[in-house]
Design a protein around this ligand. Structure first.
Ligand code: PMP
Length: 423
């Protein structure tokens, strides 16, 4: 039964942490939505490659050629993992935030952007070059599509437009109707970028089938924590834009002009936006994670994760003081990301107690999605530091939330310990 399969081996399984109550316990990493542990397989691949590390696209030596090959093969592996279309480009970046900022910098002049207020700040905020329409939080997936359609129907149909939407919420874990939103965007002549930071680690993802124009994700949430991310999709806007970074590798030809200036010819491949020596270890680790997840079989990973999700939701439902946050309701399909508040508890203190008394690592705060968490809490939380937790006295009403998140490496014991601790 794939739902009962063993978790994939990850680093940190044997790490022990001290408890305030005395003694120590193995660490239960239940904060995959922030950063997932590295897959053992990714670590092994990186370790096997590391002695052969060399410069990419910048050397004639054997190790440089090898590194260049691995870098470009990794691009092909990622394109295959995402089921890209012919002509799509895979640009390597530092993270989802970096990918979306790259796309924001490449928007054509006069572009309108449509984004739900429920987005993570990385997809809510980069569009400072554009005229942005913020859409109200929908309460069903169908309402999301209707809201977008209404907003797009009012726009100038001849100007460029982009919709940015998350595939799975980093707060509720709920899946968004990406395929339907993409169809709505295209029906109104707009394009769409998918923030797959939380979707890619949990579900198979087909750019072709979803019909999205671009997709962005981060290696460190995909079990490859070595500092790389991806922006993949249509080449045209990317290649018509100025390079995201100017420098070596992005330029094909640079020559002084007679008038004393400089003529620059930029690449029209992904390299246009990858100036500087690339993070080949990070990129290779993403490709390794893509291979490992495909080999493990997403159908198996999803079956197992769905069992853990059901167990956590059931266990939390048994505790009357717990309120699980949800936009789309109990039946919505979701990934292993669950946020909740506990009556009579300050969420920061609750999360601190999970760590100090049980060795469980979760996250508390507003999860870089302030408008969404405010909507879900139905209150105005006190201003926190960026992404952080507001201060409140013990016993005060919850001003922020607690998030538990898990994935392919999570053993049942972590989930059971968490539920015992909450109880
Ligand atoms: N989008 C979503 C939905 C996320 O959950 C995150 C990370 N929390 C990001 C974007 C940003 O990812 P990164 O910090 O890797 O840039």
């Amino acid at each position: 039964d794939p739902a009962c399969a063993e978790p994939l081996p990850v680093l940190g399984r044997d790490v022990t942490v001290p408890l305030v109550t005395g003694g120590e316990v193995t660490y239960a990493a239940l904060d995959y939505a922030a950063s997932a542990p590295a897959l053992q397989r990714v670590w092994d691949d990186v370790a096997a490659y590391a002695p052969y590390y060399g410069s990419v696209h910048r050397g004639a030596g054997y190790l440089s050629q090898l590194s260049t090959d691995l870098f470009e093969q990794s691009r092909a592996t990622v394109a295959e993992f995402l089921d890209c279309r012919p002509g799509d480009q895979v640009v390597f970046t530092r993270s989802t935030t970096d990918s979306l900022n790259l796309l924001a910098a490449a928007l054509p002049a006069g572009c309108q952007v449509f984004v739900f207020e429920t987005e993570h700040h990385a997809s809510l905020l980069p569009w400072t070059n554009a005229q942005v329409t913020y859409l109200n939080a929908p309460r069903t997936p169908a309402q999301a599509v209707a809201t977008l359609e209404r907003a797009l129907a009012d726009r100038d149909p001849y100007g460029p437009a982009l919709v940015c939407v998350t595939g799975a919420s980093n707060v509720t874990g709920e899946l968004w109707p990406v395929k339907e939103l993409a169809a709505a965007a295209h029906a109104h002549g707009a394009r769409i970028v998918l923030d797959a930071a939380q979707l890619a680690p949990h579900h198979p993802l087909s750019v072709r089938d979803l019909g999205v124009d671009w997709v962005a994700f981060s290696g460190h949430k995909l079990y490859a924590p070595f500092g790389s991310g991806v922006l993949a999709g249509r080449a045209d806007w990317l290649q018509e834009a100025e390079p995201y970074l100017a420098g070596g590798g992005a330029s094909r030809k640079v020559a002084r002009r007679e008038d004393g200036g400089v003529d620059i010819e930029w690449h029209t491949t992904a390299a246009r936006h990858e100036a500087g020596s690339p993070n080949v270890i990070g990129v290779y680790s993403i490709a390794s994670a893509c291979r490992a997840l495909k080999e493990a079989g997403f159908e198996n990973l999803v079956a197992r994760e769905n069992r853990l999700i059901a167990r956590v939701r059931e266990g939390l439902a048994d505790v009357p003081a717990v309120r699980v946050l949800s936009l789309f309701g109990d039946d919505a399909p979701r990934v292993g990301v669950i946020s909740f508040v506990v009556d009579g508890w300050n969420s920061s203190h609750f999360a601190a107690a999970l760590s100090a008394e049980y060795g469980i690592g979760v996250r508390d705060g507003l999860f870089c999605a302030h408008p969404l968490v405010r909507t879900l809490l139905g209150s105005e939380p006190q201003e926190p530091g960026e992404c952080g937790a507001p201060e409140a006295a013990p016993g005060e009403r919850s001003l922020n939330a607690i998030r538990v998140s898990f994935g392919a490496g999570t053993p049942d014991e972590h989930v059971e310990r968490f539920l015992r601790a909450v109880k």
